[in-house]
Design a protein around this ligand. Structure first.
Ligand code: F0G
Length: 460
């Protein structure tokens, strides 16, 4: 393909109309939603960049697979197709399906985490952190410092600071550490990849201190793509071989299939070869998720995941996807909108701390920016910052997040470049009036996972 052209490796067979409602109606909708975009009706949204999770467009092949669903309670043929597919791509012996990623976490984590333990990660995703805490543990993040500087280029901003991680293990004693979780790509730091070299080092650390190393594998294929495109040695390796190598260094994975497996629902626990752990997971799955050959999914869903896993590791698909997101990021950056740079795998993360320096973290600058973007273009992004982080459970103080991001998350195979151009233009349009955007305060603040249902209002 000629350089500079980014043509999707698919054509569109079915369309879903979207509609930009008038500005006056957007204003009313936002007020009614308590200035929280989670509370909008999706019909009030023109371009929905809330998440890339479960919002993907399935292929004709996946839809055809849905018709081949074997809805047997036990031993569905779709389970075996899924298992064979996972064995083929990841080289892992065992799988247990779950209803989504957090279902995998709720089954696996209590088996590995005891009351008072620490769990170490580059950066925990919020449900991952919640399941560590529900199991009685404390989640600690060890991302490299380079990730915190959004302007500075680093090819693998998702990497662990291995020295700091080891220092912590020595300080607390290895018996106090339950496991290490490698989040690929690192969602909370901006969809940033983790290098193979870093995965290997973390794995060695795990071996040295006898700690299980678990992959939070939601965006495994995007991570492999970055390794292929940023490390010369891997340039000519296939995505599949890179994935195999990545997962050869870990013991198990939890996966939200709603991302790189390109489906609308589903999750997987993968176990490399630990029979004892597998047996425990199987037993634990029954009361929480379902019998281990369906784990909360219909046979047809497992079939769609099996087919989606194969499609999601195709190089032309991944290249188009990552290039498309990069196009949006580069357009914003060249127009003076600060972003986490380089652009990550599933989203563009706008640095709201930098763009709206007049709004302190207690007044949620990224949420205020998200609301303004909705008013401007009917676009729904999501705050990844202090609103999401919440309060210190002991003191009740608002914690300051290391980032105040507006995440513009791109569903797979859903929007065209012209949609994303509209998003870029809308954000650029509000750039000159950002100093007029007001901070927010709560009118209702729930105790847990408050960002989903909180109500806010602008501070006059
Ligand atoms: N791990 C990571 C890294 C995630 O990004 C998510 C979900 C999960 C685990 C949980 O998976 O939603 O299937 O239960 N992330 C979504 C997001 C919700 O918008 O980033 P799930």
């Amino acid at each position: 393909m000629p350089k500079g052209l980014n043509v999707p490796p698919y054509k569109i067979k079915m369309v879903e109309p979207i509609n930009l409602i008038p500005k006056e109606e957007r204003k009313k909708a936002l007020k009614r939603a308590g200035y929280n975009l989670f509370s909008l009706k999706s019909e009030e949204v023109f371009i929905d960049l809330l998440t890339d999770s479960g919002t993907n467009a399935m292929s004709d092949n996946q839809w055809a697979g849905m018709m081949r669903g074997d809805e047997s309670y036990a031993g569905s043929k779709n389970f075996f197709h899924l298992k064979d597919t996972v064995q083929d791509i990841f080289d892992y012996k065992h799988i247990v399906p779950t209803h989504q990623g957090r279902g995998a976490e709720q089954v696996l984590f209590p088996l590995l985490v005891d009351e008072g333990d620490y769990v170490l990660s580059n950066m925990h995703f919020d449900t991952t952190k919640a399941h560590v805490e529900l199991a009685g543990g404390t989640a600690k993040n060890f991302i490299i410092d380079e990730a915190l500087n959004t302007d500075k280029y680093h090819p693998f901003k998702g990497n662990f600071d291995v020295d700091k991680t080891e220092k912590f293990i020595k300080e607390k004693g290895k018996d106090k550490i339950a496991m290490i979780i490698i989040t690929i790509t690192c969602n909370s730091a901006g969809g940033q990849p983790v290098s193979l070299e870093n995965i290997k080092k973390v794995s060695q650390l795990g071996k040295k201190y006898d700690l299980p190393v678990i992959m939070d594998a939601a965006r495994f294929a995007e991570n492999a793509f970055f390794i292929k495109s940023r490390v010369q040695e891997y340039e000519n390796k296939s995505i599949k071989n890179i994935i195999k190598e990545m997962f050869s260094y870990t013991d198990a994975f939890t996966m939200s299939a709603k991302k790189d497996a390109i489906v609308n629902i589903g999750g997987i626990i993968g176990i490399k070869d630990d029979e004892e752990l597998y047996n425990k997971v199987r037993s634990q799955a029954v009361p929480l998720e379902g019998f281990p050959t369906y784990g909360g999914l219909a046979g047809r869903d497992m079939e769609a995941i099996a087919r989606g896993l194969k499609e999601g590791i195709q190089y032309p698909y991944l290249k188009h996807r990552i290039d498309q997101i990069n196009l949006l990021g580069e357009k914003l950056k060249s127009n003076g909108i600060p972003i986490q740079y380089p652009v990550g795998g599933h989203a563009v993360f706008v640095n709201a701390k930098k763009l709206l320096p007049h709004i302190p973290y207690q007044q949620f600058p990224a949420q205020a920016l998200a609301n303004e973007l909705y008013l401007e273009g009917g676009i729904r992004g999501v705050e990844i910052g202090s609103l999401l982080l919440g309060r210190d459970p002991k003191t009740g103080e608002q914690i300051e997040s290391p980032f105040e991001f507006l995440r513009l998350t791109i569903p797979r195979r859903v929007y065209t470049d012209s949609h994303l151009n509209f998003v870029a233009e809308s954000l650029i349009n509000i750039k000159d009036r950002v100093d007029k955007i007001k901070g927010l305060k709560f009118t209702y603040e729930p105790d847990i996972l408050r960002h989903f249902t909180a109500r806010l209002k602008p501070i006059e």
